[in-house]
Ligand binder design. Structure first.
Ligand SMILES: NC(=O)c1ccc[n+]([C@@H]2O[C@H](COP(=O)([O-])OP(=O)(O)OC[C@H]3O[C@@H](n4cnc5c(N)ncnc54)[C@H](O)[C@@H]3O)[C@@H](O)[C@H]2O)c1
Ligand SMILES: [Zn+2]
Ligand SMILES: [Zn+2]
Length: 349
C-alpha cells in the first residue's frame, strides 16, 4: 500500500508498505484523508526527534476495516476520526480525565508497518499518511457519516489541540481578551475556540498578511502582522496569549503581552533543547505560563463534541481544507504548507 515515509534524510511516497493485522484491543482503519500539521514537518527538519524510518501523519479520518479481539465500540464500516493518544484507559491519569498525561501514551513508538524485511515506526501512535493504519481502540472515535471525512480528518490534531487549549486548558471565559500568535492550522482553531467560549476581543497575529482573511473567518476581531501592535488594541494587555508558532522570541512576546492575572499558553513546539527567557518580576501579578499537550483533550468526548458542533454550524471544518492532494503529491502539499498558501493541506488516499 501507499504511504509517506521519512528515512532520516528524505521523505518519499512509497507503495510497498505493509501494516500488520490488528491485535487484541486494536482497530485497522482505511484512511480516507489526512491533514498535514507542522509537527510532521518538524520531524523531517529535526525539530521533533523521532526514530526512523517512520510513516508520517497524525491527523486523519477513515473507515474501520477490521477490529481485534475485545473491540466492541466500533465495527467494520464505521466512520472514525483518529486521535494520537494511545492512552491505557486504566491508570490514575486516565481515570481522572487526563488521558494526555497517561504515561503509556508518551514516548513509546510502535512499529506496526514493514517494507520488505524492515519494520517502520508509527508517528504519534497514528501514521495517518498511509492507506491503512492500526491504532488502539481508544484512538478510533466514531463520527456521524454525514461529516465529510476530509473535514473530519482535521479534528484529530488541529481542532483537538487548538479548540481544546482554549476550552480545556486556558478555560477562556465570556468577555475575556485573547491574542493568538501564529494563525496556521493550530492558531485558526484557537481563534474559533475563543469565539465558542465567548471571548470579546480576539486579536490574531501572523507575520504573513495573507492569513488575515482566514483569521477573521475563524473569529479574529483584529489582525496584525506583528505582536508589537497589540498594546494599541489592548493597552493593559491580554487575559490569554496563545503561542502557536514554536519560536522562543514569540514565547517571550506572549509573556510580555499579559494583563494582570493573564496566562500565556504554549502550543508551538520549538527544538527539543530550546530555552526561553523572561523578566521574573513581569510574572508577579498572578500571571502564568501554561504548557499544553494536545489541547488537554479527552478524545472520545471531545471529537464527538466537535463533530456535533460542526453539524450545527458552530464549528468550522470545511474552511480549514483549503487544498486537497492525492498522496502522490505530498511534495506539493508540503511546499504549499511551508509557503503559507493553505490553512491546511489535506492528503487523500
Ligand atoms: N502542543 C501540541 O500538542 C501541538 C499539536 C500540534 C501542533 N503543535 C505545534 O504548533 C505549531 C503550529 O503548528 P501549525 O500546524 O499550525 O503550523 P503552520 O505552519 O500551519 O502555521 C504556523 C503559522 O505561524 C506563522 N508564523 C511563522 N513565523 C511567525 C512569526 N515570527 N510571527 C507570527 N507568525 C508567524 C506562519 O505564517 C503560519 O501561519 C507547530 O510548532 C506545531 O509543531 C503543537
Ligand atoms: Zn499536529
Ligand atoms: Zn493511562
Amino acid at each position: 500500500m501507499r504511504g509517506v515515509v521519512f528515512d532520516g534524510s528524505q521523505v518519499r511516497v512509497v507503495d510497498d508498505l505493509v501494516v500488520r493485522e490488528p491485535g487484541p484491543g486494536e482497530v485497522r482503519v482505511a484512511v480516507a484523508a489526512a491533514g498535514l500539521c507542522h509537527s510532521d514537518l518538524s520531524v523531517v527538519d529535526g525539530t521533533i526527534p523521532f526514530p526512523v524510518p517512520v510513516v508520517l501523519g497524525h491527523e486523519g479520518a477513515g473507515v474501520v476495516e477490521a477490529v481485534g479481539a475485545g473491540v466492541t465500540h466500533v465495527e467494520p464500516g464505521d466512520h472514525v476520526a483518529l486521535s494520537t493518544l494511545a492512552n491505557c484507559g486504566a491508570c490514575a491519569d486516565c481515570d481522572r480525565g487526563r488521558p494526555t498525561m497517561c504515561r503509556r501514551a508518551i514516548g513509546r513508538p510502535g512499529k506496526p508497518f514493514t517494507r520488505g524485511s524492515a519494520s517502520v515506526h508509527q508517528f504519534a501512535a497514528n501514521s495517518a499518511f498511509a492507506e491503512r493504519t492500526v491504532v488502539k481502540a481508544v484512538q478510533a472515535v466514531r463520527i456521524p457519516e454525514d461529516v465529510p471525512l476530509r473535514s473530519a480528518a482535521l479534528i484529530g490534531c488541529g481542532v483537538l489541540t487548538g479548540v481544546g487549549a482554549v476550552l480545556n486548558r486556558a478555560r477562556v471565559d465570556r468577555g475575556d481578551s485573547v491574542v493568538v500568535i501564529g494563525t496556521g492550522g493550530i492558531g485558526l482553531n484557537v481563534l474559533q475556540g475563543a469565539r465558542l467560549a465567548g471571548a470579546l476581543r480576539i486579536v490574531a497575529v501572523d507575520a504573513n498578511p495573507a492569513k488575515e482573511e482566514a483569521a477573521r473567518l475563524f473569529g479574529a476581531t483584529d489582525f496584525l502582522t506583528s505582536a508589537r501592535g497589540v498594546r494599541d488594541l489592548l493597552p493593559t494587555g491580554a487575559d490569554h496569549v496563545f503561542e502557536c508558532v514554536g519560536r522562543v522570541e514569540l514565547i517571550r512576546q506572549a509573556i510580555d503581552l499579559l494583563d494582570r492575572h493573564g496566562q500565556a499558553i504554549l502550543l508551538g513546539v520549538p527544538p527539543a533543547t530550546a530555552e526561553a527567557s523572561f523578566v521574573v518580576s513581569s510574572l508577579y501579578l498572578d500571571k502564568s505560563v501554561l504548557g499544553c499537550r494536545y489541547g488537554s483533550a479527552r478524545p472520545q468526548r471531545d471529537i464527538a463534541l466537535y463533530a456535533e458542533l460542526y453539524r450545527q454550524g458552530r464549528l468550522l471544518l470545511d474552511e480549514l481544507v483549503t487544498a486537497v492532494y492525492p498522496v502522490e503529491d505530498f511534495a506539493k502539499a508540503r511546499a504549499d504548507a511551508e509557503a503559507g498558501r493553505v490553512a491546511r493541506a489535506v492528503l487523500t488516499f
